[in-house]
Each structure stands twice: as structure tokens, then as C-alpha cells.
Write a protein that binds this ligand. Structure first.
Ligand SMILES: [Zn+2]
Length: 92
């Protein structure tokens, strides 16, 4: 058994989803380099409360699927905001 921060995985999945469909989310101009992606992820995770879950290896995805839809939508918008903030003030 282990403790995982489900928020970290949800943020990572949302970031991947946004970057795959940047036009749909209106962020087609943001930088997609690794540094900016990680900066946006760190910024999002610092703003949102962690959601720790206890699970077996791999089971964390089952637990994430049980999280409510509103939680996922809120996280998506937080990632979008972070991407725009990083884009306005990149570390490179
Ligand atoms: Zn960049």
C-alpha cells in the first residue's frame, strides 16, 4: 500500500489533455517546453489542496475515477490559468 497525491495525477492528466488540444482551450500560443509544463504543474499544485489517497500500486487510477466531475473541471481551469501565468512570465 502507498499514499499518493491524487491531485498530482489529475493535474498531470489535465495538462496533457490541454496541450493536446491547445486550440480548443484557447492556449495555442503558450510555450510547451518541459520547463514551462513543469512550472505550470508546480504552480497549480501549490494552489490546489492535495487529495491524498491510500491505494495499491496502480489502484490510484481507480480512486481518481471515483472523484467527482466538478473536481476535475476545477482542476482543469486551474491548470489553464497556470499555463497562461507561466506564458506571461516564462523562466527562460
Ligand atoms: Zn517554455
Amino acid at each position: 500500500m502507498q499514499i499518493r497525491n491524487a491531485m498530482e495525477i489529475v493535474v498531470r492528466e489535465n495538462l496533457a489533455e490541454i496541450l493536446q488540444q491547445r486550440e480548443k482551450y484557447g492556449v495555442e500560443d503558450v510555450c510547451t517546453c518541459e520547463r514551462c509544463q513543469l512550472d505550470a504543474m508546480a504552480m497549480t499544485l501549490n494552489k490546489l489542496p492535495p487529495r491524498y489517497v491510500v491505494c495499491n500500486q496502480g489502484e490510484v487510477y481507480v480512486r481518481i475515477a471515483e472523484l467527482d466531475q466538478q473536481f476535475k473541471v476545477d482542476t482543469l481551469f486551474a491548470v489553464l490559468n497556470a499555463l497562461r501565468t507561466v506564458h506571461a512570465n516564462p523562466h527562460h
